[in-house]
Design a protein around this ligand. Structure first.
Ligand code: ADP
Length: 806
């Protein structure tokens, strides 16, 4: 680095060591000077010719540099202005004149004085093509550099491209760059303009490369930062808008609000921890994101569940009995059983016995008994229908990872109750079904099991909830359909249907007063006569319970209400005629059975989930090849019964006076009308066989006889279920003789007294006996060899037939 001296005379002047900057010729800049040595140098220079030598310190951290610590090449500058700042600092404005190097050190005190010599270089003009090319490169790169750094004013780039003195160019460019002192010093110290350009180009290329890498990294980082910043900004804006609108629900308040709610809710430890954790997640989240909505809903569920809220149970048996008696007519056995159940609970200090299951047809008061029990015990009452639930998740909830996940119905019922010890009525347990989505009954088992329900875990809540204080009561229409494992944990209390007399009592004591109240009809303005109730029962309803009766009463009262409003003075008497006026034509005709005796039509008795029914079974024969056709929506078991009946008749054809080859010559069509009601079960066996025998022999069946019983291949009559409902149905249909299996004799006492008195009930053990009572005459056997039985018209047995051995 030997400066090219042109032999210009050396000048003596003060030296100002610079820290962190390099001043180039033609550069005007200001900087602050604080060191007293430097201040002195400036002041003295100012007094002389305002010229000062500016040279960079090698180590800018050095407070008191020696000669060796200062670069020997620097710039002679003119001081243009001095400005005293508060303290001892001076702000100085200088203009670089010429690069120069120290020839000798004259003095070190009170400041450095040096003898310097200018480093003159001749102007380098555009004509030199190599230099020109270099210069262009430098300008181009500088422009690129300026764009990348963003810190260089457009003026500076413009002025750089306008420079035509190539010895000046690198100085201007270098002075505008943000590089380190050493790099700049390197340019300054280079005497040859061409080499200066080369060096500079090198530096520019390197700098540009670094800047580009930086820019890449930056843009990646920025993309991320931008997104967060944008969200932050928008959220802040939203807060401001909400504040303006006076909407305090959200924003920062929301978190605080949840926190106080969590503290006040007195949650169990685990639930509280979970709630706090979720709240923390919520606060980190964008307020309007879908996820935060999910968390909010979840927090609300946790906070709204009655973890510790309970009502005080009233185990006063007298009170319970009173409430049950007040709300329900009859049902003595049920009421008694309920009171016993409560007594056991009391003795066992609230520990659970088996789950009560009230089983019976619709409208017999299962739900309303459960409600009364809840009231008697001072528990909240919630009804939960299980009908048609196929999915385990309906009981136990969906995991929160599902879109739209919710807790299951048990947790929902608890929330609805608002206490942790309600009575939950699980309605229609017999309608639970299971499929590929899981078995709801096994989830329900867990709910009902006292061992497991202390820590019931809903999939959605993910927290254990203690269900052990909940009193579960279930109902079913058809107890045989209850899933077996559930049934094993239950104590079934059967509620059978009501007789007409019972219905009348229920209507007058409960349903009518209740409906009058609901319709706002004042006392004394309407009298509902018993004849009206009877009319509704016989001709507008056909049911085991009283649901339709209540509905019909309600529709009569609606019509009455209108009349009462239109004429304020009228007092209405509702009798049978009025019922026909309000409800239209009779819908059911009782006594349909009292038609003529017919061939091939036998009356059976069926049990359906809505109580008993009478079913006519018709058989017709046609010339043919022995085909059998069965219609009327018969189930498989009933179809089998028909085949068994036919086989039995074939085996006894001659005894019954029937052509033994009938199964080859005759086609048989068997039909059970009212096809809308699906029919199944073996209990129509004897009825099917009787209708067949009647059709095959041409002997009519008595119109006032109905029957029920399973038949075997050998003609034995096997027991059936639902005797009470069936006899009630027979009574409703105007039948007076009912043939039942001998084995059901023990069930006769379940039949209400009044019905028993009106029906002849004949237990039989062999099919042949059925024929004796059902056919208007016994068929004569075909073979003369068989012991002949006289063809007689059997007189109907008297009322004491029950006690007779038929
Ligand atoms: P279920 O639950 O068995 O279908 P509900 O409990 O809904 O029947 O009863 C239907 C209506 O009949 C209710 O209004 C109920 O109060 C009334 N009810 C049923 N049985 C009786 C009864 N023995 N005494 C008084 N009201 C009854």
């Amino acid at each position: 680095m030997k400066p090219a001296s042109k032999g210009k005379k050396a000048k003596i002047m003060p030296l100002l060591p610079l820290r962190g900057i390099v001043v180039f010729p033609y550069m005007i800049l200001h900087f602050d000077v604080g060191r007293s040595k430097s201040v002195k140098a400036l002041e003295d220079a100012m007094l002389k010719d305002q010229c000062i030598f500016l040279a960079a310190q090698k180590d800018s951290g050095e407070e008191e540099p020696n000669r060796d610590d200062i670069h020997s090449v620097g710039t002679i500058a003119r001081i243009k202005q001095l400005l005293r700042l508060p303290g001892d600092t001076i702000r100085v404005l200088v203009e670089g004149l010429e690069r120069a190097h120290i020839v000798s050190w004259e003095n070190d005190d009170p400041y450095f004085t040096v003898s310097v010599e200018e480093i003159r270089t001749s102007r380098v003009l555009r004509s030199k093509s190599e230099v020109e090319a270099l210069a262009r490169q430098v300008v181009e790169h500088f422009e690129r550099y300026a764009k990348l750094t963003n810190r260089i004013s457009p003026d500076a780039t413009l002025s750089v491209s306008a420079i035509d003195d190539f010895s000046r160019l690198p100085d201007v460019v270098a002075s505008n760059m943000n590089t380190g002192v050493e790099v700049k010093q390197g340019i300054l110290a280079e005497a040859s303009p061409k080499r200066r350009l080369e060096k500079l180009l090198d530096i520019l290329v390197k700098e540009i490369e670094i800047l580009e890498i930086e820019r890449n990294i930056n843009s990646k980082v920025r993309q991320q930062i931008d997104k967060t910043q944008r969200e932050y900004y928008l959220r802040e804006q939203m807060k401001a808008i909400q504040k303006e609108l006076g909407d305090h629900e959200s924003g920062g308040d929301e978190g605080d609000e949840y926190r106080t709610r969590i503290l006040e809710a007195k949650l169990p430890e685990e639930a509280e921890k979970k709630a706090v954790k979720e709240l923390e997640r919520l606060q980190k989240m964008h307020a309007s994101s879908a996820e935060s909505g999910v968390i909010r809903t979840y927090l609300d569920w946790i906070l709204e569940l009655p973890w510790t809220v309970a009502t005080e149970e009233n185990l006063d048996l007298g009170h319970a009995a009173e409430v049950l008696e007040r709300d329900h007519y009859g049902l003595e056995k049920v009421k008694e059983r309920m009171v016993e159940y409560l007594a056991v609970r009391k003795l066992r200090h609230g520990l659970h016995g088996p789950i009560i299951c009230l089983a019976g047809p619709p409208g017999v008061g299962k739900t309303s008994i459960a409600r009364s029990i809840a009231e008697a015990l001072n528990r909240k009452y919630v009804r939960m229908s299980l009908g048609g639930i196929r999915d385990e998740a309906e009981i136990r909830g969906h995991r929160r990872t599902y879109v739209g996940a919710m807790p299951g119905r048990i947790i929902a019922a608890i929330k609805q109750a608002g206490t942790r010890n309600p009575l939950i009525l699980l309605d229609e347990v017999d309608k639970l079904s299971s499929d590929f989505r899981g078995d709801p009954s096994s989830a329900l088992l867990e709910v009902l099991d006292a061992e497991q329900n202390k820590e019931f875990r809903d999939h959605y809540m993910e927290l254990p909830f203690d269900l052990s204080d909940v009193l579960f009561v279930t109902t079913a229409n058809y107890k045989e359909a209850i899933p077996r494992p559930l049934l094993d944990r239950m104590e079934v209390i059967d509620i059978t249907g009501y007789t007409d007399e019972e219905k009348i009592h229920i209507a007058t004591r409960h349903l009518i007063p209740k409906q009058l109240g609901l319709h706002g009809i004042p006392e004394g303005r309407l009298k509902f006569e018993t004849t009206a109730v009877r009319e509704i029962i016989s001709h507008y309803t056909r049911e085991a319970g009283v649901r339709n009766l209540e509905r019909s009463i309600a529709s009569v009262l609606r019509k009455c209400a209108k009349e009462l409003v239109m004429d304020e003075s009228v007092i209405l008497r509702v009798n049978a005629k009025a019922v026909r006026k309000y409800l239209g034509a009779r819908r059911f005709l009782v006594g349909k059975a009292s038609e003529a005796d017919e061939v091939g039509v036998a009356r059976g008795l069926a049990w359906t989930p809505v109580g008993g029914e009478t079913l006519a079974i018709e058989v017709t024969l046609m010339q043919g090849e022995g085909h059998v056709e069965l219609t009327g929506q018969l189930g498989d078991v009933m179809k089998e019964s028909a085949r068994i009946a036919r086989s039995h008749i074939r085996s006894k054809a001659e005894e019954f006076g029937i052509d033994p080859m009938f199964h080859k010559k005759l086609d048989m069509h068997l039909h059970v009308p009212e096809g809308a009601i699906p029919k199944d079960g073996p209990s129509a066996g004897i009825t099917l066989a009787t209708a067949m025998v009647s059709a095959l022999t041409g002997i009519a069946i008595r119109h006032n006889v109905a029957m029920t019983g399973e038949i075997t291949l050998r003609g034995r009559v096997l027991p059936i279920g639902g005797l009470k409902e069936k006899t009630l149905a027979a009574h409703r249909a105007g039948i007076d003789t009912v043939i039942i299996p001998m084995a059901n004799k023990k069930d006769i006492e379940e039949i209400p007294e009044k019905i028993r008195a009106k029906l002849r009930i004949i237990p039989v053990s062999q099919f042949e006996q059925v024929l004796r009572y059902a056919l208007v005459q016994m068929p004569a056997p075909q073979q003369k060899t068989a012991c002949p039985e006289p063809v007689v018209r059997v007189t109907p047995p008297d009322a004491s037939a029950v006690r007779q051995k038929p």
